[in-house]
Design a protein around this ligand. Structure first.
Ligand code: ARG
Length: 272
């Protein structure tokens, strides 16, 4: 009896093992030619409304915004699972270079300098810069910032814009911070006279902070915003294809309206 019992269990174990192996094998063989959803990791700096931001002040939950919708749409079209990781803007290019991320979407401007270390998709948006100041500050431009503290995001093109003003206004102190939110808080607290950010982002911030105001900067060329990839990434052409589709099928317009509506409303006011 005992032996028989043992034999039986061995047999069961054996068939169980066979089914395990078969079970393991199946998804692999059926997956040939149609791999399961591959995962991409994107990095962003979720301090840049309406491009990417947290809806709650404590930065909990998932980032939302124009870039986030755009990244999710493209990943979905191409059959990728997407994980979006929030980090300081200054860490984004190193993350791409070290292979810790597949791409970056962060309201990022294409520059010659960045092209030395990363590849960019086709541009999907245009920006100009502006100053964020306290309401009724009397500040009308950089000329009023000599002797004042000006906040910029570390590693951003706005940091360069401010540095270029030093020639004319050497008394300006440039204060580079990891997060745009810090700059906004310092302006509200009166510790910084101004911050330099994209005009559409300034609009995003003043919508939620009625004690702040925007000062436009004259005579600027608009700057192209694109997604960044590790050098020679094969994703660039796939992403460009979906970007082109989105321009054609109206999705890009839809997303732009959804996230920049206030910005456009304001422009119309200014023109009218
Ligand atoms: N457009 C600027 C740049 O490319 C600033 C972008 C900042 N983006 C952000 N998500 N904080 O340098």
């Amino acid at each position: 009896m005992k032996r028989r019992h043992l034999f039986f269990s061995l047999g069961m174990a054996a068939s169980f093992a066979v089914s395990l192996i078969a079970g393991c094998g199946n998804p692999q063989s059926s997956g040939a030619g149609q791999e399961g959803a591959r995962t991409l990791t994107a990095v962003t700096s979720a301090d840049y409304p309406p491009f990417e931001f947290f809806e709650t002040a404590d930065g909990q939950g998932e980032p939302v915004g124009f870039d986030i919708d755009l990244a999710n749409y493209i990943a979905d079209e191409l059959g990728y699972e997407l994980t979006i990781v929030d980090m300081d803007f200054n860490g984004i290019i190193p993350a791409l270079q070290s292979g810790r991320a597949d791409f970056a979407i962060a309201g990022m401007t294409v520059t010659e300098e960045r092209l030395q270390s990363v590849d960019f998709s086709d541009p999907y948006h245009e920006i100009v810069n502006a100053l964020v100041v306290q309401k009724d500050s009397g500040i009308t431009g950089f000329e009023d910032l000599d002797g004042q503290r000006v906040g910029v995001q570390l590693g951003s093109t706005q940091e360069k814009v401010a540095q270029n003003q030093l020639e004319k206004f050497p008394g300006m102190t440039i204060d580079s911070r990891n997060r745009v939110n810090e700059i906004i808080q310092e302006i509200k607290a009166g510790n910084m006279a101004a911050g330099v950010v994209a005009l559409s982002v300034a609009q995003g911030f003043i919508n939620n902070n009625p004690d702040l105001d925007i000062v436009t900067i004259p005579d600027q060329e608009s700057l192209s915003v694109a997604m960044a990839f590790p050098k020679d990434s094969e994703l660039v052409s796939e992403f460009n294809q979906v970007l082109a589709e989105m321009q054609q099928n109206g999705t890009m317009d839809e997303l732009t309206k959804k996230w920049f509506e206030d910005y456009y409303a304001n422009q119309t006011d200014a023109e009218g």
